[in-house]
Ligand binder design. Structure first.
Ligand SMILES: Nc1ncnc2c1ncn2[C@@H]1O[C@H](COP(=O)(O)OP(=O)(O)OP(=O)(O)O)[C@@H](O)[C@H]1O
Length: 292
């Protein structure tokens, strides 16, 4: 059995809620946790990882309160925090061996398991280099490697692609996609394309509340017919930008092409286009734009 159940979970700092009455039931697959900075993603993940005490509510793993698991939770949980620091004096391999013993892996299997996780994250070639010589993407892959040492059933990854270049992001995404079988992965990001192809479910948080509990397909379906493209002169483009949510604006030979989000036709020359997931997300989270 693999089931994470969260009921009416809240986190308060003084009078401010970082998270407010969140309820959620997760089964194997990837849950993309998306929302702007400050939405409450890190607070939620730290509470699931038992690093932060909830103000109210419960988190259960297979029916049992996670705090009751104590040390046994280390067998189940893998966590890559947002501010994952590495020890400069270690090589990748030494670092993983060190963490493996910290996590209580039996001595007899440490070396073998470290080799296995190095292979999973494709860092065998670089394993004997010192960590400060790693690129941002390689550091994040070492971060995933350490989270995988215990082959966790619940893997929590907080904003792993921040600071990575596009090629490293794609590579990291592919790596995570390969890990979704037989485990629950919770991945937080404010870059929707990070979870687009891999998340079976999207939880959109805003100001500590669940704005939508949905799937990429459902989010896209909701945006159908509401994304438009129009090519126009610079003055009209500026007017449209002031009145609508604009997702892209590209200078062309014959004017400026805008993609914008609107329930009704925003301009007589506008045509409906297929929505990207990012546009569907903008639609779901966007503030109501007051028409000029
Ligand atoms: N230790 C703290 N003391 C006071 N307020 C806090 C503390 N930690 C977080 N908060 C507040 O709680 C809210 C949610 O923060 P949280 O870090 O969970 O959001 P987030 O979605 O992970 O954002 P980010 O992507 O920036 O980490 C924010 O308004 C934040 O300022």
């Amino acid at each position: 059995m693999m089931e994470l159940t969260i009921e009416r979970l809240s986190k308060r700092y003084g009078r401010d809620f970082a998270l407010r009455e969140l309820s959620l039931r997760c089964e194997p697959g990837m849950l993309g946790l998306v929302g702007p900075n400050g939405a409450g993603k890190t607070s939620l993940m730290r509470m699931i990882a038992t690093l932060l005490e909830p103000s109210e509510g419960s988190i259960r793993w297979n029916g049992q309160d996670i705090r009751a698991y104590g040390q046994a939770l280390r067998q189940v949980l893998g966590y890559l925090p947002q501010d994952f620091g590495v020890y400069p004096e270690f090589t990748g391999r030494q670092f993983l061996r060190y963490l493996a013993s910290m996590k209580g892996l039996p001595k007899s299997i440490v070396n073998r398991r470290v080799d296995e996780v190095l292979e999973i994250v494709n860092l065998e070639q670089e394993a004997d280099r010192k960590l400060p010589t790693y690129s941002g993407g390689m550091k994040q892959r070492i971060g995933i490697a350490q989270a995988l040492l215990n082959d966790p059933e619940l893997l929590i990854v907080d904003e792993p692609t921040a600071g990575l270049d596009p090629a490293e992001r794609v590579r990291f995404r592919t790596l995570l996609a390969s890990l979704t079988r037989n485990r629950i992965i919770i991945l937080s990001t404010h870059i929707i394309s990070d979870v687009e192809a891999v998340a079976s479910r999207l939880l959109i948080l805003q100001e500590g509340r669940v704005l939508a509990d949905t799937t990429p397909a459902m989010l896209l379906a909701h945006a159908a017919g509401k994304v438009w493209s129009v090519t126009t002169d610079p003055a009209t483009a500026l007017q449209l930008q002031a009145s609508y949510q604009v997702s892209t604006m590209v200078n062309q030979m014959n004017g400026i092409t805008l993609r914008l989000i609107s329930a009704t036709r925003p301009h007589e020359a506008a045509v409906v286009v297929d929505s990207s997931l990012e546009e569907a997300y903008l639609l779901a989270t966007g503030r109501q734009v007051v028409r000029a």
